[in-house]
Design a protein around this ligand. Structure first.
Ligand code: GCO
Ligand code: MG
Length: 405
């Protein structure tokens, strides 16, 4: 089955998505997600100029060889642009193989380890009451696990809140330059434990709670926060510190039993190796879309299982339904699956462009038995939603110092 074309689409049905379509001489095609939020066009150029010409004429069944060819063969290994581009190709090839076999991709990975995929939702708000009302609604909707984020008194529009325009907290359209947000660690640390205290007082201990620090603390600050949150029994504390320096996590680990999760910005197994081997983390959150697709994430999941590290794939709105479907197949297979982040199915525009078969039911995602990844992409509809340049926000301290967003 020869590859005859690799098409790359960029569309913005409420936010930008990069979609790869691999066409073959047998008439079948495969689809992949290559969306890198805020840097979409860098991946498009990489795919268009550097990958596409090498793939024409290759056998689409050779997934492993093509992965190695694109990884080792470019000499400049790793990095988010390269690994997101590889992911788009890799997913499309798995989708194709499933279509040829007439089997959903999870069957090719080894079959089902479970019948449904547990998810965590997002509750956020401008103040504690709003966040807790949101949590209450999600509990009513059947969620068993919810991430709590709340605006910090004295700071406007911090990560995970609705910001000034009351749109989804990270909606990227209409931001021709990165918006700036204020950060103050002291205000944050003084406030967050009270959010979880009140959540437990109102809803008890059964609902599982999570929190995303978004890499804004130093290790000792994170250790302190982890200790203070221990009575509220978090499922995990996410990205307490940036992870370039992996020994940071060892320090946090020595001070708190609050479970730790990290990995959404990682793009290779090498970013996670030391953290996993040293058992400094409990959940690895790498995304198929940003870390080389199913081929590499499967390897990482297997490696993590040796050290009792479970998986919690990144599931933000800036991954397309094809990327979410890739996670669903990995999650249903992975023996060490933990939980999937889930923020809903996007708006009507997005659902016009991407037809997927995932459904939400009582705190879980269900996957239908459709050959391949089970997502289709409507090229005509996509044309109605052209690319719009947009950025993630940046953070600064009150004195202007640039901080981690
Ligand atoms: C999460 C993430 C996202 C990222 C976003 C960046 O836990 O879901 O932190 O909210 O900020 O994916 O593009
Ligand atoms: Mg996060």
């Amino acid at each position: 089955m020869k590859i005859i074309d690799v098409k790359i689409f960029v569309s913005c049905p409420s936010r930008n998505f990069v979609t790869v379509k691999i066409e073959t001489d047998e008439g079948l095609y495969g689809l992949g997600d290559a969306t890198l939020n805020g840097r979409e066009m860098a991946v498009v150029a990489y795919l268009q100029e550097h990958i596409k010409p090498c793939l024409i004429g290759k056998d689409a069944h050779q997934i492993e060889d093509i992965w190695q060819y694109l990884y080792k063969g470019c000499y400049w290994r790793r990095g988010p642009i390269t690994m997101t581009a590889i992911a788009g190709i890799d997913m499309a090839l798995w989708d194709l193989k499933g279509k040829v076999a007439g089997l959903p991709v999870y069957q090719l990975l080894g079959g089902k380890s479970r019948t449904k995929i547990k998810v965590y939702g997002h509750a956020n708000g401008q103040n504690i009451d709003e966040t807790l009302d949101h949590l209450g609604k999600l509990i009513e909707d059947g969620y068993k696990a919810v991430r709590l984020q709340c605006a910090i008194p004295g700071l406007e529009g911090t990560y995970g809140t609705l910001a000034d325009k009351k749109d989804y907290y990270e909606l990227q359209s209409n931001r021709p330059l990165p918006p700036e947000q204020l950060w103050d660690t002291n205000k944050y640390l003084n406030f967050i434990p009270s959010l979880f205290k009140k959540a437990r007082e109102k809803y008890g201990m059964e609902i599982q709670l999570l929190h995303d620090v978004h890499s804004r603390l130093t290790p000792i600050e994170a250790a302190k926060l982890g200790k203070e949150l221990e009575p509220y029994n978090l499922l995990f504390l996410e990205d307490p510190v940036p992870a370039e320096n992996q020994s940071n996590y060892k320090l946090i680990r020595h001070h708190t039993t609050t479970p730790l999760a990290v990995g959404e910005v990682f793009n290779s197994i090498w970013d996670a190796k030391k953290l996993i081997e040293s058992q400094s983390i409990d959940y690895i959150r790498m995304a198929a879309t940003h870390a080389g697709g199913l081929t590499s994430i499967k390897r990482i999941m297997d490696f993590a299982s040796l050290y009792n590290v479970r998986t919690a794939p990144h599931g933000p709105p800036d991954i397309s339904p094809i990327g979410h479907a890739a996670h669903a197949h990995l999650n249903i297979w992975a023996p060490n699956f933990g939980i999937q982040e889930f923020v809903g199915f996007g708006g009507t525009d997005m659902n016009k462009v991407f037809k997927h078969s995932l459904t939400y039911d009582n705190g879980h995602l269900l996957l239908k038995d459709i050959p391949g990844l089970g997502v289709d992409f409507d090229e005509q509809e996509a044309k109605q939603f052209p690319y719009k340049r947009s950025y993630l926000p940046i953070s600064r301290l009150e004195d202007g110092t640039l901080w981690d967003w």
